[in-house]
Design a protein around this ligand. Sequence first.
Ligand SMILES: Cc1ncc(COP(=O)(O)O)c(C=O)c1O
Length: 457
Amino acid sequence: MEAKIENPQLRALDIKNQILELTKDYYQLQFNQKKDFREGDRVNYAGRFFGEEEMTNLVDSSLEFWLTSGRYTDAFEEKLAKEIGLPFALFVNSGSSANLLAFMTLTSPLLKDRRVKRGDEVITVAAGFPTTVAPIVQYGAVPVFVDVSLPSYNIDCSQLEEALSPKTRAVMVAHTLGNPFDVKKIKDFCTKHNLFLIEDNCDALGSEYCLDGQWKRTGSFGDIGTSSFYPPHHLTTGEGGAVYTKSSLLKRAALSIRDWGRDCYCPSGKDNTCGKRFDFQLGDLPKGYDHKYIYSHFGYNLKASDMQAAIGVAQLDRLSLFTKRRRENWNYLYEGVKDLEEWFILPRETEQAKASWFGFPLTLKKSKQAHFTRKNIVQHLEAKNIQTRMLFGGNILKHPCFVDLKKSDPDSFRVVGDLKITDTIMEDTFWLGVYPGLESKQLDFVIEEIRRFTLSH
Ligand SMILES: Cc1ncc(COP(=O)(O)O)c(C=O)c1O
C-alpha cells in the first residue's frame, strides 16, 4: 500500500485553523461569561473591551511570527487613517511616543524655515498629561503655559494672544477627557500666526467637531494628531499609539524619525523599494552609499509589533460602538447627578462638538468645602470599590520634574497669568469612568454612592 505523503504546509494550515478555533472557545470561556454586578464588586474607571476577533488576530499574528511591523501594521495604519479621515497614520509603541514623534516631526529640516528650533515657543496647558509637554522640554523648546476653562477642562482660548511672542511656533494641546477643545478658535489663531497645531487626541478617538458646517474627527484638524492605545483608552493594542496627518511632508519626516532617522522608507524586511538603493549622494557620504543606512534625522525606533497591530485591526471595527457607549454612559451619569450642581461643577460638552468621553469629571465647588473635600469623596468612592482618577497631573508645574527644572533652568518655560483654574483642577477635580464595559447597574451604584455621600454631608 502507498504511504500517505503529508504536505507540511497543508498540515501547518490545518493546525493553525484548529488553534484559531480553540482560541475562540477559550475566549468564550475565559472572557465572555456574564457576571451580574453586585454592590461591592469593582467598578473600574476603564478597561479593555474586546471580543474573540482580537484574540484570534493576536494568535494568528503570533503564529506568523513576523514580530515587527508587517501586514497587520499596514492594515491598521490604513484603517485608522481612513477612520479619522486622513491619508496617513503611523503606528507607534505608545501615546507618549506618538507625542514625542509628533513634536520631533516639527523640528525636521524638511520643514526648512518653519521648523521648530531650540528656544522656540510652543503654547500648551499645565492641566493635563505630562507627555504632551515632555517632548517640548526634552528638545529644548520652551513650553508656554496658559490656563484651562471650566466646565470644558480645555485650553482657555482667551489667553492665546497674550501667550504669543515672536518665538511662538506651535500649539500642542489635548482634547481633555475626550471633550474637543474649541477647534475653531485654535485653528483661527494658528492660521493667523502661521503656527503648527498638534492635537493630542489620546483621550478623544472618535470625538467630532463641526468646523465651518462640516463634522470631522478630532485629530484631523491640526497638522498632526496623536493617539494612545494603552488599555484604558478608546481602543487598545496593549501598549501602542499613532500619529496621523494630512501632510505627505510631515508623514515623510515622521516615518524617518520613527524608524531610526533613516532616509530610506523601505518597510521592515524589504530592500530597494525605490530602485535607487545604491545611487544616492546625500550629506558628505560617498556616492552610492547604501540608502538603507543613510540618516536624515536624529531618530528613534518607536515602532510597535505586528501582534499589537493585529489587535488594533479588530478593535477598530468596534470604535463606533465604543463611542456610542461612552456617550450613553456619560449621559447616564450626568442625569444621575445633575441636581447636585450646588456641590459640583458639572462637565459640559464643547459647543459644536460630539465628545467620545474618556471620563466624567466633577469639580467640588469651593463653597461646599466646609462640608467635605475632594479627598473625602474620593476616599469614600474608593472604599466602595469605585475607581476614581485625578485629571492626570493636575498642574504639571507643581510636580518635582518642573520644580527641579525651574531651579536649574528658570527660562526653560513660561507661564501666562496665574493658572487659577488649573490649580482648582489640581485641588478639587476627580473623574469617573464611562468606558463601554460599564452597564447601568454599575452606573446606578456609582450615582447612588455619590448622592448618598454628598447629601449626607
Ligand atoms: C492626553 C494624553 N496624552 C498622552 C498620553 C500617553 O499615552 P501612553 O500611556 O500610551 O503613553 C495619555 C495617557 O493616558 C494621555 O491621557
